[in-house]
Design a protein around this ligand. Sequence first.
Ligand SMILES: NC(=O)C1=CN([C@@H]2O[C@H](COP(=O)(O)OP(=O)(O)OC[C@H]3O[C@@H](n4cnc5c(N)ncnc54)[C@H](OP(=O)(O)O)[C@@H]3O)[C@@H](O)[C@H]2O)C=CC1
Ligand SMILES: CC(=O)N[C@@H](CCC(=O)OP(=O)(O)O)C(=O)O
Length: 334
Amino acid sequence: MNVAIIGASGYTGLELIKILINHPKFNITYIANSTGNENVQDLHPCLAGVIDVEVSKADASEVAKVADLAFLALPHKTSMFFAKELLDLGVKVVDLSADYRLELETYEKHYCPHEDKEHIKDSVYGLPEYYKNDLKDAKLVANPGCYPTASLLALLPFVDYIQEDSQIFIDAKSGVSGAGKKLSEVAHFVNLNENHHAYNPFKHRHMPEIEEKVKKVKNKEFQINFVPHLLPITRGMLVSVFATLKEEIDVEKVLEDAYKDSEFVRVRKTPVDLKSTAGTNFCDIFVSRNGKALFINSSIDNLLRGASSQAVVNANIMCGYEEGEGIPKIAYVP
Ligand SMILES: NC(=O)C1=CN([C@@H]2O[C@H](COP(=O)(O)OP(=O)(O)OC[C@H]3O[C@@H](n4cnc5c(N)ncnc54)[C@H](OP(=O)(O)O)[C@@H]3O)[C@@H](O)[C@H]2O)C=CC1
Ligand SMILES: CC(=O)N[C@@H](CCC(=O)OP(=O)(O)O)C(=O)O
């Protein structure tokens, strides 16, 4: 199957190239960014001697001539313009941005007016462990955000056991590649190095994404109190969920049962770490309880399970391939 990558000069775009080069079924036929007119090796010197392709200035009608499926690694608000055109031209889309993740009303409250109301209602949320059946027939997949991926995989198995009307707290920590390649004051070496801080407490746009998906998957409404933090590292994400159980249940069994058939969730016996998942599509999860107090701990690579490798898993399912075809499993350890 011929595929296109739009947004190939960004961090997640590069990860898509790296995965798709080695993929047994997908063949990259189109790579684009906002300017084009460059070789991919000039864009990413690490790809010299690996892939020799001209980068185009992104154009949906050109994509439709050479590809059946497009990965959009574009910023929110830009993605929906390309997705709309591509879908109308019959190209399947896996969108890494937030543009198709939420109900229209939730999206417009937390982002901006939506420019593709026709397709947003048909998009499938790309969290494979919970949406696999819908993904099989999807034409448009909305890849989840990195924080919601790690948070939902940790939280969802326990939602039925958490005290109704109680508070759920999520402490989440991300490597700085989560913010994309653009320069910013926060990502300045001197501000970041040997430092650690929270940002947007209780106001981050991933809080409504987590709340909405808990409601959709489990039909339960909880106030999710989400606080993200920035880590002075390139990639990796660590999430700690705190909640109160209705009863003193066997939490390890609940977690193991939830993911016994999942190729890319590993249930751990000790608290999780960043390095064991870096470079892979795995989500590692550990759970513990103190009476009714519940602690769930998850780890992912924000650029892979939080973005590009999860996008390729979704594309595999959409195209009827094995979920794990071409998906990285070996971590960057040590
Ligand atoms: N980084 C992460 O960990 C995660 C990111 N995401 C989401 O994935 C998407 C991509 O993220 P990331 O790779 O970090 O972003 P980057 O900022 O690193 O890259 C953005 C890419 O979009 C391209 N682009 C921007 N505007 C246009 C345009 N008008 N036409 C064509 N190309 C355009 C840029 O090209 P150019 O170089 O020409 O400007 C660049 O290739 C975002 O929506 C992000 O929120 C989701 C989960 C995790
Ligand atoms: C460290 C950092 O800045 N992270 C980004 C989240 C990146 C991501 O997963 O999400 P989206 O696809 O929704 O942008 C942030 O907090 O906005």
